[in-house]
Design a protein around this ligand. Sequence first.
Ligand code: UDX
Length: 443
Amino acid sequence: MRISVIGCGYLGAVHAACMAELGHEVIGVDVDPAKIEYLRRGEAPFFEPGLPELLESAMATGRLRFEEAPALEELADVNVHFIAVGTPQKDDTGAADLTYVTSAVALLLEAIPEGSHPVVVGKSTVPVGTAEALAEILEARGITLVWNPEFLREGFAVQDTLSPDRIVYGVSNDPEHAQRGRAALDEVYASLLASGIPQIVTTYPTAELVKVAANSFLATKISFINAMAELCEATGGDVADLAEAIGHDDRIGKKFLRAGVGFGGGCLPKDIRAFMARAEELGVADAVAFLNEVDAINLRRRDRVVDLATKALDGDVTGRRITVLGAAFKPNSDDVRDSPALDVARRLADMGAAVTVTDPEALPTVRRVAPGLPLEPDTQVALEGADLVVLLTEWREYVDLDPASVRTLVARPVLIDGRNAIDPAHWREAGWTYTGLGRPAAP
Ligand code: UDX
């Protein structure tokens, strides 16, 4: 199949490389010349394990290339166009900004010759109702639309694209377009479907809702356990033991029950806010009002870390040296969008603390978005002379730190583990004052 991917950001670059890996001929298009330059060199413009290798091998086969938009001629004879542009949060209402989706559709309408009937596939996360509106415009030109949400996780994006948990198609109410769309995507994903990956074929609104419902559920699970952490803090309970105990019930499951400083990143926070904004527009705000609480619990965990840090420094952080381990919203990522770690670091710095932030991958991004924040790439140097260490992103190298040798670097052996990622007993034995979230103080 000849495939285009419009938008070569996180989702699009990974999707383009993976489609070439499946054997298709792929052209990735983006309006940002810098991004295209990177990708043409076989480099990813962001940190994603496995992607540079995949880009390099796909480009070596000649099946993958990248062009700066509009690239009208290159798009003219494509069978399936994927839209993978961003839908950022628009304003304080949290609604999704659809500008890039609208311009991608406009670009395709210009590029697709009259009388040609390719299939357009939406992958971006959009407010429910968007696909139906776009289908009306596209079908008027004989072009078929399928909505095919993406569930990839950063850090596992290649693996999640090449062996997803499920493949969802939202198809047109018009049987002919539905049939054509399904057949084209079945051909694109033939090898995945042959391996038995579950396929759900449904309507446009259902497909759009599947994506936000999945992310809302995941966010709710995290906030649920973080709410239990608040209860544990008030009662002396231990949220890690509690999560393990309830997780043994298969109906609950162990995953996504790690209490800590909460969720961040480019998806969960934005998606739940956009979902609430859309539900409000639809007059069904009550149905998702609980997501307000999910968001509020999540943000309260950041306050909790700031409070614990202040308490650990005898009520005043001014001038005190705080080493923040981690800036990315999670390990194996250089993404700091809505990162709890970066938020806490900034707040402590704003309160007058002498904060030093370290992270194995995210510092170049932090330098751009938080220019005033002192950064130190070397973990050992960052730890020197610290009055307090706060672990906020559970990179392997931080979890594996040896408490005895770190103790020789710091001024005071006091640690707040904002991810409940390290063994309290091990650190306490080495003389540290350890505080987790939702975990009891030392016996
Ligand atoms: C998420 C969804 O998992 C993915 O399916 C969707 O397509 C995009 O959004 P991602 O944003 O890459 O993926 O990160 P994820 O691994 O889900 O983690 C999100 C946040 O939740 C991180 O900040 C992480 O630290 C936090 N988290 C996760 C917890 O605090 N506790 C947990 O138990 C799990």
